[in-house]
Design a binder for this molecule. Structure first.
Ligand code: 13P
Ligand code: SF4
Length: 312
């Protein structure tokens, strides 16, 4: 039996389900039961009946799976796959930031009576437990716009925060200095080079990109948003400003369209740690079970259930 058949057989035997983010390697997306962006995966994790979820993604995704489905076993194929941005709230990580450690957040709550602390889902359970609501790039604008609060502290992604602030100018959005190193590293010069070479191409980028890149874009949206836009567009060529893993779904849905990525291909090293061998290993051993500190679980889980309610 080849490894893909072994995974399938074991998955069926254990009534397990495999979730994968669009940024994992193609062969993982191929064997997954559900592939999606952070929002779609968290919605799916909350409703699946299976007792075991193999979560092909980084640790905040596994934690979210546990928070939304505490009765399930959430297995991480590589326990070290982590999102560097998810931890970016301390002085050490963001030396120039208005910091967003717990103390600062509490001080800010005193300064702004109606402050809502909104955290990107790409954050640890601890950071979620300090916050009022989580968002993903797919629902952040809608949720922030509809919150009754006028003052919003958005942590930890400054780029997504800036994008939200531009869409919701009527609110005071306070930012910190966190960022995704992969999207932050997308070079505006390389995107401009592609635009010059392919003047008919539409430019679709993720809101985690720096401002100099989003300024060059025709469309800014989540991973699912980019895939949907490219699929529905009449254009034939696209310049894509997000992690290279989305190419698998883009080509699957649009075999006749052409996609260009910056020559320094945006590649999330942590997402690429997931391999077929590791998926098989956790299915066999049930090792690497994701977990959340009990002291944080209730408050952190509330931010996710609130997100799901507010994005209905
Ligand atoms: P989305 O899945 O919301 O597009 O976010 C991208 C990302 O960086 C996930 O780690
Ligand atoms: Fe984190 Fe960026 Fe990797 Fe997503 S692509 S997991 S935000 S480092």
């Amino acid at each position: 039996m080849n490894i893909k058949d072994e995974i399938k057989a074991l998955k069926e035997q254990k009534n397990a389900v495999i979730l994968a983010h669009y940024y994992v390697a193609d062969e993982i997306q191929e064997i997954a039961d559900y592939v999606g962006d952070s929002f779609a995966l968290s919605k799916t994790a909350a409703t699946l009946p299976n007792p075991i979820i193999v979560y092909c993604g980084v640790s905040f995704m596994g934690e979210s799976g546990c928070l939304l489905s505490p009765e399930k076993k959430v297995l991480m194929p590589d326990a070290s796959a982590d999102c560097p941005m998810a931890h970016m709230v301390t002085k050490a990580d963001c030396p120039m930031a208005h910091m967003a450690d717990r103390e600062t957040i509490e001080r800010m709550r005193e300064t702004y009576e109606d402050l809502a602390v909104v955290c990107y889902i790409n954050s640890t359970a601890e950071i979620k437990s300090w916050s009022d609501v989580s968002v993903t790039s797919a629902n952040a604008v809608q949720i922030v716009r509809n919150l009754p609060n006028q003052n919003i502290l958005f942590i930890p992604d400054q780029n997504l925060g800036r994008f939200i602030a531009a869409q919701v100018p009527e609110k005071n959005i306070i930012l910190v200095n966190g960022y995704c190193p992969i999207h932050q590293n997308i070079s505006p010069a390389e995107v401009q080079e592609l635009k010059d070479a392919h003047p008919n191409a539409e430019v679709l980028v993720h809101p985690e990109c720096p401002e100099a890149v989003t300024r060059l874009a025709d469309y800014i949206g989540s991973t699912t948003g980019i895939i949907k836009h490219a699929t529905e567009s009449e254009k034939q060529e696209f310049i894509i400003g997000t992690e290279i893993g989305v190419l698998y779904e883009l080509k699957k849905r649009n075999p006749d369209k052409t996609f260009y990525f910056p020559k320094t291909a945006p590649t999330c090293r942590d997402m690429k740690l997931i391999t077929l061998e590791k998926v098989l290993h956790v299915l066999q051993t049930e090792e690497n079970q994701a977990s959340v500190d009990r002291a944080q679980a209730e408050a952190a889980g509330n931010t996710l259930t609130r997100m799901l309610e507010l994005s209905k």
